[in-house]
Design a protein around this ligand. Sequence first.
Ligand code: NAP
Length: 483
Amino acid sequence: MAPHVAIIGAGFGGLCMAIQLERAGIGTYTVFEKADDLGGTWRDNSYPGAGCDIPSHLYSYSFEKYASWTRRYPGQPEILGYLEHCADKYGVRGKIRFGAEVRRAVFDESRWQVTSATEGGRERTEAFDVVVMSVGQLNRPRLPDIPGMAEFEGISFHSSRWNHDHDLTGRRVAVIGNGSSAAQFIPPVAERAEHLYVFQRTPNWVIPKPDATFAPLTRLALHFVPGLQRAYREWIYRYAEGTLYPALAQGWSVGLLRQRALRHLRDQVPDPELRAKLTPDYPPGCKRVVIDSMFYPALTRPNVDLVTDRIVRITPKGVETTDGLREVDTIVYATGFRSTEFLAPMEIAGRGGRSLEEQWKGGAAAYLGISMPNFPNLFLLYGPNTNLGHNSIIFMIECQVNHIMACLPYLSGPPMEVRPEAMAAWNRQLGAAMERMVWGEGCQSWYKTADGRVTNNWPGPTTLYRRLTARPPRPAYQVVEPG
Ligand code: NAP
């Protein structure tokens, strides 16, 4: 009998899981989605200029290549359109329960009791054999803890909750933060705003994004020439793997990445004083490298100021730094996400009532980033140590879904969980591989916990991850006797 599967989240991961179940003829699943639409991060992040800095033909499922991409790097509306296309084509939309937020999942020694709440707050608990958590790493905005934020008299919002009702034309705008999100919306906002202050705490390494629309002939060729789209996708993948990954692993291309970024800065920022403010003092890749060709030019506009003095407080009128107050009408917090708090605020209780929060108090960890001892038949997509700084997350998600699909035949029987020995071996391998990576020291980033443990990133090549997740799962798992 096919297991009943609960999938939590209808973003890239949850949809991929649902589609593969459909393709395998398993219709006994429900996708819980707390919002009223699918798309995950690509539904939430609708700020001006939102898009992906991974090329379109790689930022898509391998089984659903898409000749309709209009440009080399996809914009947010196009990515959302792609996900909607996939949900409809594979018939999974009807199995998504929108407006249903999962609050708790409790293992009752044979099945998972999943409690969700509707918008009215009414709770409902249902039993499932298998739970697949697919809530992403960057789903909960992180607002900073700056004194006075509540007293600001203008409009303020987080970049991932963009206030589209608030027109920025002719306004004085403050942007706090300068990561990948800010880099994308600063150029269009700078064009509209009367004045824009960008508050930078730490500069980022930035490399060019060679974006362009596809010529009609190119699109036709990608659509009709057999094998061309696959070859193009493969080429992008191999380039990222062959040149960017070695830089993050402090290998042969470190110097190349640094030179590329410094050249980009020199080419786009003529003013040496501004250039100095924008030059990082930590190794490239330690924080996520920003891939963008419009960010630096926006900072050179006469109506834009890059402020590097420390923010002291937010006042009712604006942002006060150590060198004074900038009065503004709007503050946009581009301050990132609560990335290391995987699965929060859901309560997850495994075997014997074991709390996942308790198990993860030293930092989230999961075998292959997918499963944990004490939590039978519970799987994660885009879990701990599966984020990348150099290639497509969709590739990783597909590896994880393939692994879960390989586990499924065993899951209609007694529940199974990863063996503690397999988990311990995984942690050892991960720790050893992490040592050569650039993320460890020299910078703060969303990749790691407050005490410096890198809980978010995968330290190996993605080819290795594919190999590891493609191994038959059984030896690493054990059956759990009903309690
Ligand atoms: P982020 O990279 O975490 O950047 C947050 C920014 O806010 C940083 O500049 C940080 O400064 C600043 N900040 C945080 N707290 C602050 C405070 N109290 N005072 C002053 N500044 C503060 O967040 P993000 O830009 O939203 O990007 C998150 C991730 O999303 C990216 O790294 C990327 O993986 C993903 N993303 C991807 C794309 C894409 O095209 N694929 C696009 C957008 C986002 P510090 O650096 O000093 O901490």
